[in-house]
Design a protein around this ligand. Structure first.
Ligand SMILES: Cc1ncc(COP(=O)(O)O)c(C=O)c1O
Length: 470
């Protein structure tokens, strides 16, 4: 029996090196005791740094996770609840938390909020509401590899890249926006909007006021939508502070204009609270029609009632929520510094960043040529021989070969130190065995010399591992 085109087409993107790296990790995962030479997972933007804060709160508030209110069971009430408008108490707590993260400079109306099973569902639902199959959204590159699945796969919508480069720190510019718009027209694609992530995944940087203003000017002039995926808004650990698109809209008095209705925010608790398994996301839109349509569509991916109940209790504990955000940012900052410092000692630099759970790492000097083939060649060495699963820039549609996203918040400090040690040993031997030409690319790519040096450093590393175990 034949299957549907949707089931057999490959636009899901799971063949990308981003997902393949995860599969390789699954086959040989690092474990300090059981598999000390295994692959360390640095391709997963998970936040495991503040679980202790969540666990302490749970211990002090046993009712929240125990189907109870004031000691009385509410099991039956939660088991029957199925209203796709969501629990009012949870929506109130979530908009309050979103305001808190934005320094209370913006207020969100819970009536404009649609709950979804994570930002994955929120992004797809919005695309279903805003575009027809064959229409396009413009996205600045590099972008989150999951967007090929979330925005394109089931909706039939196309992504057209807004090309950003290292020459200006990957900033969005007016000419780059216009170029993408024209490129879409050349491909006969009607542009329905722009989607940005602020702070950016994979860059780990917040959008500047200048970029946000540019984006608003652009969507205003073209009469199109703007989706701002603000899933990392609570992870901003250094200045400049996070500025939400909603703040700029209000400051520029866009409230009574059409643009007000064409800006939509996506949020989730997967990163800021480190709960991707709970599947908690949301769409915030000023357009009533979008809110109504998205609410109906949310039937396909609701948040379970016990999750909503638990999190409404947690987030409406304002003291806890405020303290969590501050403490979590402090911990992210420390980790970020550890990774940046460690890589620097290996002669590797990162894009200067202030947010997120990862660094955008420049390994252009380790490529044997300025090509994506060389990037994948280096990536394979790093996965299979160095034992680190990181994400190559090409999986994020970066236009310059040699950039990699490296995550730092999904492991212990010891594991991060080991990862840094592995990369340092790799680079030491790499420098030793390969000569370079004037433009920084290695000339001597003799397979034998490389194999010899790898054997040496793999040996050295396992020796170090054994030493550590003692
Ligand atoms: C920019 C961005 N949007 C959406 C998602 C999906 O998040 P969720 O787990 O809430 O579906 C991610 C996850 O990595 C992301 O980085």
């Amino acid at each position: 029996m034949t299957l549907s085109k949707k089931a057999t087409c490959n636009s899901h993107g799971q063949d990308s090196s981003y997902f393949l790296g995860w599969q390789e990790y699954e086959k040989n995962p690092y474990d300090e005791l059981r598999n000390p030479n295994g692959i360390i997972q640095m391709g997963l933007a998970e936040n495991q740094l503040s679980f202790d804060l969540l666990e302490s709160w749970l211990a002090e508030n046993p009712d929240a996770a125990g189907f109870k209110r004031n000691g009385e069971s509410i099991f039956r009430e939660l088991a029957l609840f199925q209203d796709y408008h969501g629990l009012p108490a949870f929506k109130n707590a979530l908009v309050q938390f979103m305001s808190e993260i934005r320094g209370n400079k913006v207020k969100f109306d819970p009536n404009n909020l649609v709950l979804t099973a994570g930002a994955t569902s929120a992004n797809e639902t919005l695309i279903f509401c805003l575009a027809e199959p064959g229409e396009a959204f413009l996205l600045p590159t590099p972008y989150y590899p999951g967007f090929d699945r979330d925005l394109k796969w089931r909706t039939g919508v196309e992504i057209v890249p807004i090309q950003c480069t290292s020459s200006n720190g990957f900033k969005i510019t007016a000419p780059a926006l216009e170029e993408a718009y024209q490129l879409a027209h050349k491909r006969n694609l009607k542009v329905k909007g722009v989607l940005v992530t602020n702070p950016s995944n994979p860059l780990g940087i917040t959008l500047t006021r200048n970029e946000l203003n540019l984006l608003l000017d652009f969507i205003d002039a073209k009469g199109i939508h703007l989706i701002s995926d603000e899933i990392y808004s609570g992870t901003v650990f250094n200045s400049p502070n996070f500025v939400s698109i909603m703040e700029i809209l209000v400051n520029r008095n866009y409230m009574k204009t059409e643009v007000w209705d064409r800006v939509h925010i996506v949020y989730s608790l997967s990163k800021d609270l480190g709960l991707p398994g709970f599947r908690v996301g949301a769409i915030y839109s000023n357009d009533e029609m979008v809110v109504a349509a998205a609410t109906k569509m949310s039937s396909f991916g609701l948040i379970s009632s016990q999750t909503q109940y638990l999190l409404s209790a947690m987030l409406s504990d304002e003291k806890f929520a405020q303290n969590y955000v501050v403490e979590n940012q402090k911990r992210l900052k420390n980790r970020h510094e550890m990774l940046v410092r460690g890589l620097k000692s290996a002669g590797i630099s990162c894009l200067k960043s202030n947010a997120g759970l990862f660094c955008w790492v420049d390994m252009r000097h380790l490529l044997t040529s300025n090509t994506f083939e060389a990037e994948i060649e280096l990536w394979k060495k790093i996965v299979y021989q160095v034992g680190l699963n990181i994400s190559p820039g090409s999986s994020c549609h970066c236009v310059e070969p040699g950039w990699f996203r490296v995550c730092f918040a999904n492991m212990s400090e010891d594991t991060l130190n080991l990862a840094i040690q592995r990369i340092k040993s790799f680079v030491d031997d790499y420098d030793y065995s390969l000569s370079r030409n004037g433009d920084g690319f290695s000339q001597n790519s003799s397979k034998n010399s490389r194999r010899k040096s790898f054997t040496k450093w793999v040996f050295r590393l396992s020796f170090h591992d054994r030493e550590r175990e003692r």
